[in-house]
Design a protein around this ligand. Structure first.
Ligand code: PEP
Ligand code: MG
Length: 844
């Protein structure tokens, strides 16, 4: 038989003078309702003297001393709603709900469980504090029908949309944390489905358990008063983070390529040592140091239960303290400009708010376990499950979970300030050995003392490895349990290029290591200096090298990698990332920021190129049978003044703040250029800005390449879009899954059109650049230079290699190579010519 619901007495809008007054009033309600004898009120007050009954989230649960159970007649609750709040001893927040309990046996445990569950959803408690209906409070405490925001939903809501996850590393903790944070800001419930699994978007752990890898098809759905806005905001965030994730992955790949280049300096040199342990190279570098164990040791946890209120309060305090520490770490990282590191700690903060985790722990506490024991138990289970996830990137998140778990555990055990080990005792050349260094320990590493680390577990994508790279420390991970048996205090050489730890090296090996370290430093300095050198061929011809960059915050890195300007800023992202058309002001701010970031260097902004593979849902454009051959790029702009004119206005205004050229995409006829230039002239007239702004067009349609000599009369420059030029020349959809191999930009047909374009431009003294993918391919860049192209604009990751390649050749050599390429049968034959290019000398 179902137990009868616990009776509840409620007093709304109470205004107790202080805590004791509140306890007395609630006690009086219990007495009046016949739940207990009058003496029980004194017992409630005594309990409060012994230990506070503050539970957290503005809720207190006064209850009598165990020895006074005899004063209870039947189990019941009395709730005092205190909208203005009442101070509660040393609790840092005022109490708004006083839930006094008279418990004869353990029926009130269900109530307590509901209460803790409600507390995990702050908005539910807020509703109870504000409600004018006592029934709401009664219902929340007695019925299980109360919506549980944390419960895993099983189905989509009717309002929803589909999208593909474009994160190179899948949905991992950092972005999942940001999704959860955003979802928490809306009243509407948001769900995310991947295959058959559905997660509440507020629940980061549930999101991670979707196991959504790169390219996963997701359905987002929402229900509630602000469902539409919530859905749009989540979609925008998912897409925006996709760009960021891609950028991070590119950066990591670029770093890795750089590290590999340096690693070649080491050749097959191996230092002689007593023992060599091999693992995965997680962060590059070569150092000599002293082995130090960074194992925190296992925290001892006894299962002691000191009463529900005490345990709940303990847990609440520990969670708050851990959250404060994590927040501090994130802020510190942000202040030091380490956004990636800050993101990791933000994700840790989200893990703490995982309602399912807290519910699990509360359940064990309610069953009579100590909070520390319960926390440790639930965390250990979760870490074990996470370690078994098939996706290596997601499995690496076990270390994060463990890290967060141990931080809270230390607070639960009253050792909150203890970092687990004592870094102040480490030598000044410490090589840390650990099972799996936690991100927290890694982030706090004092680089004056620590020179590198080697872990038994872990992987190259774990946050620990990311942080090691951010700190510039060499690291070897997944080196196996043997690491833990090494003798602290021994000398060792850590090779983060090849993933090796050489223990107890010979004196000779140490001397060799020292000279290797010096050689590496020289190479590094040379490489950095050569990145900034112009791409001048051995016979003195200089090509302009630019980057394809869409945002001002990416400019600094492009310049650092050797870009001399931006040769293509695709403006579609401005439209793709939003759920509305950005207005003139919004666009002006973006273009102006770009001009500023470039500090006087050239910038080419391409007007909107929508259509084909770039669809913007909120523009509601008609579906076309053949989008690549339809209303796309310039054709769309000419039909839609509402899109073109504000963009041109913003561009013309931004051009007054620094160098800016305007480029029109997908030009196929001379008439399109005439019309677009007329629109630009009109905008300049409206704005009263007469100063000439350089205007160029993209050459990406065969007709434009063949008509280059006619088009050149109307514009200042051409930039060849080899991606589209290839698909239109070879009649191969650039996205076609089976034909991708045929979309070969090295095909002589494409190269001949490049030659036509250059010849046409020369007739009018115009310059030609290339901003399609071919410019960033070594052989492609060499051939384009040989065909007479003057500017190459490419992805940031390609800059260094292309500049170095051009510097190794003479223009005459490249011209000869290009002439041969024009006379080949197909792309494969052209590719074979690549063997004639000089490769980089060893080590560079
Ligand atoms: C191209 O087509 O080569 C080009 C640079 O434009 P997008 O890739 O943006 O179409
Ligand atoms: Mg194109």
């Amino acid at each position: 038989m179902e137990p009868l619901p616990t009776p509840v007495e409620v007093r709304l809008a109470a205004r107790p003078a202080d805590r004791d007054d509140a306890v007395r009033s609630a006690g009086a309600l219990l007495v009046q309702a016949g739940f207990c004898d009058a003496g029980y009120v004194a017992s409630l007050l005594r309990r409060e003297q012994v230990a506070t009954t503050y539970l957290g989230q503005g809720v207190a649960i006064p209850h009598g001393m165990v020895e006074d159970k005899g004063l209870v007649r039947r189990t019941g609750l009395a709730v005092l709603q205190v909208p203005d709040g009442v101070a509660w001893g040393s609790a840092d927040k005022p109490v708004h709900l006083v839930v006094a309990i008279a418990a004869a046996s353990d029926e009130h445990i269900t109530v307590l469980r509901r209460l803790t569950r409600l507390m995990r959803d702050g908005s539910r408690i807020d509703q109870l504090v504000r409600t004018a209906r006592a029934e709401d409070i009664v219902a929340a405490l007695t019925s299980d029908a109360a919506p549980d925001a944390a419960a895993a939903p099983a189905q989509d809501f009717p309002l929803g949309l589909d999208l593909t996850l474009n994160y190179p590393n899948g949905l991992h903790a950092r972005p999942a944390g940001q999704w959860a944070q955003l979802a928490g800001r809306f009243q509407a419930a948001l769900r995310v489905r991947h295959g058959d699994a559905v997660a509440d978007a507020r629940n980061m752990a549930a999101l991670l358990s979707l196991g959504a890898g790169r390219g996963a098809a997701l359905r987002l759905s929402a229900q509630g008063p602000d469902a539409e806005a919530a859905l749009a905001a989540l979609r925008d965030l998912v897409l925006r983070l996709g760009d960021e994730e891609t950028r991070q992955a590119e950066l990591a790949a670029a770093r890795q390529a750089q590290a590999q280049g340096l690693g070649r300096v080491l050749g097959d040199w191996q230092p002689a040592a007593r023992q060599t342990i091999s693992g995965i190279a997680a962060s590059p570098g070569l150092v000599v140091g002293t082995l130090v164990s960074a194992e925190a040791g296992t925290l001892e946890v006894a299962d002691q239960h000191q009463g529900f209120a005490e345990e709940a309060a303990l847990l609440d305090r520990a969670l708050n303290a851990a959250a404060a520490q994590i927040y501090h770490l994130a802020e510190q990282a942000r202040a030091q400009g380490r956004a990636e590191q800050a993101g990791i700690f933000d994700a840790h903060g989200q893990m703490l708010r995982d309602p399912a985790l807290l519910r699990e722990v509360s359940r064990l506490v309610v069953q009579g376990h100590g909070a520390a024991w319960a926390w440790r138990h639930v965390l250990a289970e979760r870490v074990a499950v996470q370690r078994t996830v098939a996706d290596a990137v997601l499995a690496a998140r076990a270390a994060d979970l463990q890290d967060v778990g141990e931080r809270v555990l230390r607070h639960l055990l009253g050792r909150g300030d203890d970092a687990g080990t004592d870094p102040s005792t480490w030598p000044r050349d410490a090589l840390l050995l650990a099972d799996d260094l936690s991100p927290s320990v890694t982030a706090q590493i004092d680089v004056q003392r620590v020179k590198g680390f080697c872990t038994a577990r872990g992987g190259p994508t774990a946050h620990t490895a990311i942080l090691a790279r951010a700190l510039g420390l060499p690291a070897v991970v997944a080196a196996g349990p043997g690491v833990l048996h090494l003798q602290p205090g021994e000398r060792a050489i850590l090779d983060g290029y090849r993933g090796q730890l050489h223990v107890a090296p010979t004196e000779k090996a140490l001397r060799e290591t020292q000279s290797m370290i010096e050689r590496l430093a020289r190479h590094q300095a040379e490489e950095a200096a050569s990145r900034l050198q112009p791409a001048t061929t051995t016979d003195g011809h200089t090509l302009e090298i630019a980057a394809n960059v869409n945002r001002a915050d990416q400019v600094a890195r492009a310049l650092e990698q050797g870009a001399e300007g931006v040769g293509l800023m695709r403006t579609e992202f401005l439209f793709l990332e939003r759920d509305h058309v950005p207005d003139e002001e919004e666009q002006f701010a973006v273009y102006q920021a770009m001009v500023q970031a470039l500090g006087g260097r050239p910038l080419i902004v391409r007007t909107l190129d929508i259509g084909g593979d770039k669809q913007v849902p909120h523009l509601n454009l008609p579906v076309e049978e053949n989008p690549f051959l339809g209303v796309r790029g310039a054709r769309l702009c000419l039909q839609r003044d509402d899109l073109l004119m504000p963009q041109l206005r913003a561009l013309v205004r931004a051009a007054q703040t620094g160098p800016l050229s305007i480029m029109f995409p997908m030009i196929s006829t001379v008439d399109e250029v005439r019309q677009l230039k007329a629109r630009l002239a009109e905008v300049q007239r409206q704005l009263g800005i007469g100063a000439a702004i350089p205007v160029g067009i993209m050459i990406e349609v065969p007709s434009a390449a063949r008509m280059a000599d006619r088009l050149a009369a109307h514009v200042d420059f051409f930039s060849i879009g080899t991606n589209d030029l290839t698909q239109y020349t070879l009649a191969v959809d650039r996205q076609h899954p089976q034909l991708a191999g045929m979309a070969d930009s090295l095909h002589p047909a494409v190269l001949r059109l490049v030659a036509d374009t250059v010849a046409g431009a020369r007739r009018h003294g115009r310059w030609v650049g290339v901003c399609g993918g071919l410019a960033g391919e070594p052989l492609g860049a060499a051939l384009l230079a040989g065909l007479g192209v003057q500017e190459l604009s490419m992805s940031v990751g390609d800059l260094t290699a292309i500049k170095a390649l051009l510097r190794r050749h003479s223009l005459a050599e490249l011209q000869a190579l290009a002439q041969q390429a024009l006379d080949m049968d197909d792309g494969d034959q052209v590719r074979a010519l690549g063997a004639r290019l000089r490769s980089a000398p060893e080590g560079l």
